[in-house]
Design a protein around this ligand. Structure first.
Ligand SMILES: O=C(O)c1cc(=O)[nH]c(=O)n1[C@@H]1O[C@H](COP(=O)(O)O)[C@@H](O)[C@H]1O
Length: 236
């Protein structure tokens, strides 16, 4: 299958047992995302399990703190030898720069490849209305996402996380080398849940995403294998 190496499946489950069951069930998934729920529960043990199965890892801990603290977190994360790592762009330029350097340092200390550090532009669960009325950001949503991505790029990050609805514009502005990862992806037959700015997997890839992050449409499906197969087939 061609399309499915571009899909990162979100392992959003509460414990190690549930995670292992999914990894074993979805054998052909090669790239898994470990996020706040699972990592808080299991710690690095889940990373060891994924590595022992030769899987690629997106460690999505979405750091958002002062420069010194995010740098420390990125240094520690990079030692695990993960492939992708996230930080919020709104932590600011100094934090983004410190994080970039620290990720390199941590990886070098452990003798592993440094992760690609990518910035969250604007969470895909936020609507244009919420951006304006709750967060009081006086910019149009696409412009805000773009500004965050450009700041991340200027600060030396490898890429950004954005919704599929902004990815075409970000691709056009940030060039071919900048990694663009899109969560908030929904096949036509799946529930939107809390995602506000979604497109289908094939639309998101056509718009310029390097990777798609998909969780519940696969992991919460009555038959996760079937859902995974269906999505992979829709992409090919
Ligand atoms: O960093 C992320 O991966 C992320 C950023 C974002 O803006 N929106 C977003 O949904 N995510 C993650 O992507 C996954 C989406 O999961 P589903 O909505 O179940 O497909 C979750 O694990 C989120 O934590």
């Amino acid at each position: 299958m061609m399309g499915n190496d571009k899909i990162i499946v979100a392992l959003d489950v509460p414990d190690l047992e549930g995670a292992i069951a999914l990894i074993d069930k979805l054998e052909s998934v090669s790239f898994w995302k470990v996020g706040l729920e699972l990592f808080t529960s299991t710690g690095p043990q889940i990373l060891e399990i994924l590595k022992s199965r030769q899987k690629r890892i997106f460690l999505d801990l979405k750091f958002h703190d002062i420069p010194n603290t995010v740098a420390g977190a990125c240094r520690s994360s990079a030692r695990y030898g993960v492939d992708l790592l996230t930080i919020h762009a709104t932590a600011g330029k100094d934090a983004l720069k410190a994080a970039t350097e620290a990720a390199q340092t941590g990886a070098a200390q452990a003798g592993v490849q440094p992760p690609k550090l990518i910035a969250i532009t604007l969470l895909t669960s936020i609507s244009a209305r919420q951006l304006a009325f709750d967060l009081k950001i006086p910019l149009e949503l696409p412009e805000f996402a773009l500004e965050m991505a450009l700041m991340a790029k200027e600060s030396g990050l490898d890429g950004a996380v954005c919704s599929p609805q902004e990815v075409a514009q970000l691709r056009q502005t940030s060039g071919d080398e900048f990694l663009l990862v899109c969560p908030g992806v929904r096949p036509t037959w799946a529930d939107k849940g809390d995602q506000k700015r979604s497109l289908t997997p094939s639309q998101a890839l056509q718009a310029g995403a390097n990777y798609l992050v998909i969780g519940r449409p696969i992991t919460a499906a009555p038959d996760p294998e079937l859902a995974w197969k269906r999505i992979s087939e829709e992409l090919n």
